[in-house]
Each structure stands twice: as structure tokens, then as C-alpha cells.
Design a protein around this ligand. Sequence first.
Ligand code: SAJ
Length: 418
Amino acid sequence: MHKAVFNKVSVIGLGYIGLPTAAVIASRGIEVIGVDVSQHAVDTINQGKIHIVEPDLDMLVQSAVTTGKLRATIEPESADVFMIAVPTPFTDGHKPDVSYIEAAVKKIAPVLKKGNLVILESTSPVGTTEKMSQWMSEIRADLKFPHQLGEQADIQVAHCPERVLPGYIIQELVSNDRVIGGLTPYCAEKAKALYEIFVKANCIITDARTAEMAKLTENSFRDVNIAFANELSIICDKLNINVWELIKLANRHPRVNILKPGPGVGGHCIAVDPWFIVDSAPEEARLIRTARDVNDSKPEFVLNKLKQVAEEFKHPKIALLGLAFKADIDDLRESPAVGIAQKVIQEALGEVFIVEPHITELPAKLQADNVSLVSLAESLEKVNIIVTLTDHTVFKQVKPSVLQEKIIIDARGIWEQD
Ligand code: SAJ
């Protein structure tokens, strides 16, 4: 039955979420039109290649393009379903910026037809799905939208937040439960029918506001828990206690499961989404805001530790291990490690040897005299201070004997945990 309804799906925004989603749906034999504002992204995809890094995505896109099921374009065209997967960053004052959603929706509005389903996948502040319905209605007065006519609307609108973990996107797109919030129950049911084509786990329906809040809650929950671990690490430093041993011991309790401290929280999600809750309920979201502050203060803490240590040396030679925002990926976006490296360079704390096995060239902001991108082996040979900033597996494999004689600031606890 679904094939009759969803012959053609359009995915707006071909980034880390949109492209994998488009390719997975195309792999189920449905025609998919990907739309993006970047000509480079469109051209790359139409050649069967990818412009982002994610395991197994290249093969999936290549096969979808070769079989003619996936095609990318700059201008939207008519389809049965439109899935919006564009970024929702925040502005300087931690205010959510939904302008990419507004632009995407206004771009598809002219090609909408009665019976279409529009799904918002981007993580969004509560109320955005309803706003989307309003934006479309401003352009298409000839169509009725759910905020105007409820179940009798011509267009169905739903929110189904993505919840996949970078590095495991293809797998999690299929295996994660999906929360699907409709502006009406029929909107949710219709969206559920689409997701059931490729999701093997449960598709659970609710209203759009609850779905919006569910996604923000998941990432805030993680942020608050990481903040707890980070605060513990700062307290333990003051009290001269090994935080890694402490956490290991506390986690032996059957109902305690403390996460890992680190040099801060990076990526595009965990450090952003809690602010959407704070913005909606500034007086009430006290714990969520404080967690953000604790996590955002952690890079400065690591930097100060390094300063204290570097002062002891005439010629400090510092290895910074890892730039990616988390283990075993090449993604440097919003990485606390990059921020720390920048400060180390700006403040001229010493000669800097950066080790990031997943890149071949340092980002422009880290290129300077006295800074080089080197192999792990070379750094271990040359430096007297080591700071661990990312817990890449290769770093964990370093033999303890090699680390003797070095001053170590193990912000990731990679050599302390076992
Ligand atoms: N981190 C720690 N200590 C920990 C765990 C993580 O310091 O114990 C740090 C990481 O190093 C990284 C940051 O937190 O800098 C975020 O990493 P992450 O692995 O927690 O999450 P993301 O940003 O890669 O993906 C999250 C996921 N959300 C949850 O796990 C609740 C993912 O499922 C979401 O789909 C994604 O955000 C998103 O797109 O919203």
C-alpha cells in the first residue's frame, strides 16, 4: 500500500542526516530527489560520490545513484513527501536559528500538491513544526494546512527528529526507534507509514510539540550527565583524587552509571540543543543551563592545567592528541580540542605537535610557526608534555613504557581507565 502513496520522496538538505536518509530510502526502491543549496554537494552526489565522511555512506549513495533511484538538484520539484533535514544552529546569544528551516519550507511551498506530507527532521525548538505549517500557508493560500483545518487539511505536517550517532548513522537510521509527532493524529499516522518502509525498530506516534521536546530532552539528558562527570573531575582535581578510579568505583553501584569526563562537549548536537530548552523556558531550565556552563568551562580548565605544567619547562614541547570532537571520527566541527589547540598556539605555550590520525592537513586556524601535524610515534619521541584531547583507539594502544618521563594531562582518561 505504501508504494502507491510514496512513489517519490524529496529530501531537503543533503548533509549528515539528509544524505544518509535519502540513500536509505532510495535503497528501498523509492525514487528520491535530494535538494541542496550547495552546487558542489549536488554535483558530487550526482557522480555517485559523497561530500561528507560517514562509514558505508559512499557505497550506499553510489548504488542509489547508479540504479537511478537517487538524484540531487538545487531546485525542488514535486514529490509525495518532503523531508526537511537542514541545520538548526544557534545565534551568538544562544538563541535558536530556524532560518534554514524557514528558507527550505518557503522553497518547497510552490511545488506542494494536495495530499503531500511534509516532515521536519531537523532538531528544532518546541513549536517549529506548527510554524512550518504557517510559513507554507502564507505562500499557498490555495491549500489548507493542519494548523488551519486539522484532520481535513490538504497537506500533512509532522516532526520526526533524527537521533543517529555520527559514525553509526547508516546502522542507527534503521535500528533506532523513531518518535513521530504529527500536527494531527492523521499527520503522524501518515509519517509513520513512511518510516516503516526503512525503520526496523518501533515508530511511536505522538504530537509534534512532544516530539520536538523529546529530541531536545535526549540530548540535554546526555549533556547534564556529562556535566556531572566533568564537574566531578574538577572537584577531584582540587581534592587530589583520581576521578577515573572514583567513577569506576561509584559505577559498581547497581544504580549508578557516571559518564566520562573530557575536555568539553563538542559536535553539533549535545552542545546546542539544551539551549533550545533554555530559550523556551529561561527561568525554569536552571539545571540544563548550568550543565551547559559546566561543560563549556572544561576547555579552559584543561588549558590552565597545561599552562601550569608548561611553566616548569624552559622549552615546552607539547603533544596534543586528537582534534576530533569524539573518538574514531574525523569530524572537527565544534570540537573543544580545536578550541584548546587554538589557545595553546595563541598563548605561545610552547612548540606544539598535533596528532590527529584522521586528517592530512591542519585546519587553517591551527596553522602557525611552531605547530606541526605529526604521527603519534613522532610526537611521543619529541615532546615532554602530552595532553589527550580525543580518545581515539590508536591512542589507547600506546604502551605505558613509552609514556614514562613525560608529563601527562590525560583529559580523556585514556591511559587511566584500565
Ligand atoms: N562526551 C564526553 N563524555 C561522555 C560522552 C560524550 O565528554 O561520556 C563528549 C564527546 O566526546 C563529544 C560530545 O560529548 O565531544 C558529544 O558526543 P556524543 O557521543 O555524546 O554525541 P553526538 O553529538 O555524537 O550525538 C548525539 C547523540 N545523542 C545522544 O546520545 C542522546 C545522537 O544519538 C544524536 O542523534 C545526535 O547527538 C544528534 O544529532 O542530535
